[in-house]
Design a protein around this ligand. Structure first.
Ligand code: BEZ
Length: 235
């Protein structure tokens, strides 16, 4: 049988649709998630140590992500019963970095056929033919892919960074700004570069209030932490 070849989705593309069996029942993506941000992430295999540390960390932060209107969906090319057994083991037996009794309540997709993994470009044959790499897709409430991050099998993800990505994307949308290197809520944000010579001159002459211009193309402004968090976090 001829193997179907999928191209990898890109930032700005509509997230590929799929229906899947998960540890929380069937999901129809992205239709079931309309109105929410989603982090769809793959992991190489159940019952492996790096993945276990990642799931415990992500599950411990799930409430924090949910409060930022963000739902989590995991995936590996293992079967449903393996997923269930692994998540039970995590809850019943694994203690790691002060986390214990951790219940993973977000859905974990079974993808034995690799259909979803192929659609999202989660298989990287140079790394493994049988396991998905650690891919992360951040998808917005309109079902558009907004961020893609890949890690190899040996490297556990930084979940504080994934939370920062969610806050930064939502802040950029809400306030129509961009966020500079290492931005965190409360740090200055970047406004669009001057689009004409008059605006460039006005900014350099200090005529636009509230801006701190390093040069005509690089101006920042303050948005305090509470203003950002009050817009994004819903407890
Ligand atoms: C792990 O999660 O520990 C792992 C999975 C696949 C390859 C290497 C490490």
């Amino acid at each position: 049988m001829e193997q179907q070849v999928y191209s990898m989705p890109r930032i700005g593309d509509k997230a590929p649709e799929f229906k899947a069996i998960t540890t929380q029942g069937e999901i129809n993506f992205p239709a079931d998630y309309k109105g929410s941000w989603v982090i769809l992430f793959s992991h190489p295999a159940d019952f492996t140590p790096v993945c276990t540390s990642e799931f415990m960390t992500f599950a411990s932060m799930e409430k924090q992500f949910n409060e930022a209107n963000t739902k989590l969906i995991g995936l590996s090319v293992d079967g449903l019963y393996s997923h269930i057994a692994w998540l039970r083991t995590i809850k019943e037996k694994i203690e790691y970095k002060g986390m214990k009794n951790v219940e993973v309540t977000f859905p974990l997709i079974e993808d034995i056929t690799m259909e979803v993994a192929q659609k999202y470009g989660m298989m990287m044959p140079g790394e493994s033919n049988t396991k998905a790499v650690r891919a992360v897709f951040v998808i917005d409430p309109q079902g558009v892919i907004r961020t893609i991050i890949y890690y190899p099998l040996s490297l556990g993800r930084n979940f504080d960074e994934l939370y920062r990505v969610i806050l930064a994307l939502q802040t950029a949308d809400e306030f129509k700004i961009a966020t500079p290197a290492d931005w965190r809520p409360g740090d200055d944000v970047i406004i669009s570069p001057a689009g004409n010579c008059g605006t460039a001159k006005d900014r350099m002459d200090g005529k636009e209030e509230g801006l701190d211009c390093k040069d005509w193309f690089f101006c920042t402004k303050k948005i305090d932490k509470d203003t950002v968090l009050n817009k994004i976090i819903k407890k």
